[in-house]
Design a protein around this ligand. Structure first.
Ligand code: AP5
Ligand code: MG
Length: 207
């Protein structure tokens, strides 16, 4: 299977689609956001460092996340493809990734600002990593996969979302050009349902 990068603004649906890709193609879903949040929850040194940046809607320093991903990609399950979600997020991270991996395709999930705001406001997440939207929960407040109580991500508060979107425009959007120049960028309009968007992404990955 391929080594895949998922690009897209906060709330575009990277995590949702990465989880489906991982399941369909039996490859690991590597999300730097999930790794950092797990460390925050466990109170590790990395978690303590990451929290201040995440709460401010800023990026965790490049050297920290580059180290995490470089180590993760050495694990056995990453030998036959993987889907990277939320990494790289800066040109420096992309250049560092080029030194340790050969990326086959960068899928850029494209949605407008209004869709992003709506998706983030309605997002509910579980400690197990599952993500939901209130529009599909039918009033349920627990995870369909593990039964635990769902919660609202701290950084989904409107003021933090604003900061995350600014960070994205300044530091991450330039990656679109970076992968376009390499000839491996594919833009996917992801304003449909989760299932419709996934069908489009599968077509792109199977090409
Ligand atoms: P991270 O966790 O990566 O957050 P993000 O990029 O802001 O993206 P999100 O997870 O918010 O959105 P998503 O695109 O995954 O959308 P989702 O699928 O959940 O990073 C968090 C923080 O960690 C960063 O701000 C930074 O501080 C730090 N960090 C992480 N990586 C880093 C790095 N490499 N370098 C430095 N710092 C780093 O979908 C959103 C909602 O929409 C859900 O409710 C979902 O159910 C719903 N939804 C999805 N698709 C659809 C659809 N088609 N129709 C209807 N609803 C949908
Ligand atoms: Mg995500």
């Amino acid at each position: 299977m391929k080594n895949i990068i998922m690009l897209g603004a906060p709330g575009a649906g990277k995590g949702t689609q990465s989880a489906l890709i991982a399941e369909e193609y039996h490859i690991p879903h590597i999300s730097t956001g999930d790794i950092l949040r797990k460390n925050i929850k466990e109170g590790t040194e990395l978690g303590k460092l990451a929290k201040s940046y995440i709460d401010a809607g800023a990026l965790v320093p490049d050297d920290v996340v580059i180290g995490i991903v470089a180590d993760r990609l050495k694990e056995d399950d990453a030998l036959n493809g993987y889907v990277l979600d939320g990494f790289p997020r800066t040109i420096a991270q992309a250049e560092a990734l080029d030194k340790v991996a050969k990326i086959d395709i960068a899928v850029n999930i494209v949605v407008g600002f209004d869709v992003i705001v709506e998706r983030l406001a309605g997002r509910r997440v579980c400690v197990c990593g599952a993500t939901y939207h209130t529009s599909k929960l039918n009033g349920s407040t627990t995870c369909a996969k593990c039964g635990k109580e769902l919660f609202f991500r701290d950084d989904d508060k409107p003021e933090t979302v604003r900061a995350r979107l600014e960070t994205y425009e300044k530091q991450t959007a330039p990656l679109i050009g970076y992968y376009e120049k390499k000839g491996i960028l594919v833009n996917v309009d992801a304003t449909g349902t989760i299932e419709q968007d996934f069908e489009k992404i599968k077509k792109v990955l199977n090409d």
